[in-house]
Unconditional design. Structure first.
Length: 191
């Protein structure tokens, strides 16, 4: 399939799972072995409950530096850190029943830490939050103050709200896939 820009070959990739190191590794492996090139129009179909903000930012940077054109699609839910990946698309579509979830960035710590170490983690979290706010503004025009309000309490957006705020640029009633590749970034659960 050729995109509207006839020089770009369309590649569809459907991603389901948590934004973590497994997703990043799986995406990199897919891009290295799947025949993707810079002149590819990547159509990225997402369904994710979120995950690591810093890994999502790294994935978005890889996408933006690797493909000339990216369209992203929210098939069902794109929550939290997954919104960062969704915003990598210059064209961003949501299905009519799709949703987005915003919440304040969190950090998961294991172990015991002294006050200085905790302050360093807080500084990292603040820095990541500022980077994320600039990214949202650059990609969707969402002002940092508005983003902060969405994240103060958990905030759900439906497709209509995503369109109103600039998070999404269009509605996709019935997505048509072009020989898609599927990437399931889900860890095996041990019982």
């Amino acid at each position: 399939m050729i995109s509207e820009d006839d020089s770009l070959k369309v590649r569809d990739l459907v991603i389901h799972g948590v934004v973590d190191d497994l997703m990043a590794d799986s995406l990199l492996r897919e891009f290295q072995t799947g025949g993707y090139r810079n002149d590819t129009h990547l159509r990225l179909f997402l369904n994710s409950s979120g995950g690591s903000m810093s890994i999502a930012m790294a994935i978005a940077r890889i996408l933006l530096s690797s493909f000339r054109r990216i369209s992203t699609y929210n098939l069902s839910k794109v929550d939290s850190a997954a919104i960062i990946i969704f915003l990598a698309g210059s064209a961003r579509y949501c299905c009519p029943t799709a949703g987005f979830l915003f919440h304040a960035p969190k950090i998961q710590l294991n172990g015991s830490y002294n006050q200085r170490e905790l302050m360093e983690y807080m500084a990292l979290l603040q820095s990541d939050s500022e980077v994320m706010a600039r990214y949202y503004h650059e990609r969707a025009g969402i002002l940092p103050e508005a983003l902060q309000n969405y994240m103060k309490e958990q905030t759900n957006f439906d497709c209509s709200m995503a369109l109103q705020t600039g998070l999404a640029t269009g509605v996709c009633e019935n997505p048509q896939f072009n020989n898609p590749r599927y990437l399931y970034a889900v860890r095996n659960q041990q019982m």
